[in-house]
Design a protein around this ligand. Structure first.
Ligand code: CA
Length: 224
């Protein structure tokens, strides 16, 4: 999952990034409202925005209002000061999906993040089934016929993206966007290498990642 954090408290932002990366997310960070607004206009591959309402330059409510004004349904978790019931209500009215009042436990935040991302993808459960392959998005574990498949963090990320779009073409550019944080240099060749490694580990029985030449990849549907 790919997450943008808009938070001007650097210590809190660092803690959030560490926790979410530890949980397997690809995370980027902006520290003011105008940067958040700009980032949201160009990043279409996000799964979640964690938005502090008290941001410099443009406040979080304005960022949220503009995001929803562009018709985006991106799940948004707002962070508010503990005593600001008013802000929280406004945030929800402006289209936030959930909120957390500071200070909060990182454990609870992670659970809410998982729930929001799942809901955003239209999945009630954290398990994705694909023929004999079962992927647990919470535990980040893949099994085939009940046997665990050993995958690197990148391979897991790749598998997740393909599973979430089974039967649809995923371009190499989309994969770079999904798997890499800003400033990370990952070439299309590197993506080919990850796909090659993932194939060797999961292409068993009916599971197949098709290459669409010059365009990208597609995890082929399996007839039920
Ligand atoms: Ca703040």
């Amino acid at each position: 999952m790919r997450i943008l954090i808009a938070e001007d408290d650097q210590v809190l932002a660092d803690g959030l990034m560490r926790a979410l990366r530890g949980a397997g997310a690809v995370v980027d960070h902006v520290a003011n409202g105008t940067e958040a607004d700009a980032a949201l206009m160009i990043n279409t591959e996000l799964d979640l925005l964690i938005l502090d309402l008290g941001l410099p330059k443009m406040n979080g409510l304005e960022v949220l209002k503009r995001l929803r004004g562009r018709g985006s349904a991106l799940p948004v978790l707002i962070l508010t000061a503990a005593d600001s019931v008013d802000e929280r209500v406004k945030g929800l009215d402006y289209g936030a999906d959930d909120y957390m009042a500071k200070p909060f436990s990182l454990q609870e935040l992670e659970a809410r993040v998982r729930a929001l991302v799942r809901r955003g993808m239209g999945a009630g459960s954290s398990l994705i089934r694909h023929g004999p392959l079962v992927y647990d998005q919470t535990g980040r574990v893949a099994t085939i016929d009940g046997k665990m498949v050993e995958l690197s963090a990148r391979e897991l990320g790749l598998l997740e993206v393909l599973l979430q779009r089974t039967g649809r073409l995923v371009s190499k550019d989309q994969l770079v966007d999904r798997l890499c944080e800003w400033g990370e240099e990952v070439s299309n060749n590197a993506i080919e290498v990850y796909v090659h490694r993932l194939r060797k580990k999961i292409e068993k029985g009916p599971i197949r990642i098709a290459t669409v030449r010059g365009l990208g990849y597609c995890l082929e549907k399996i007839a039920p």
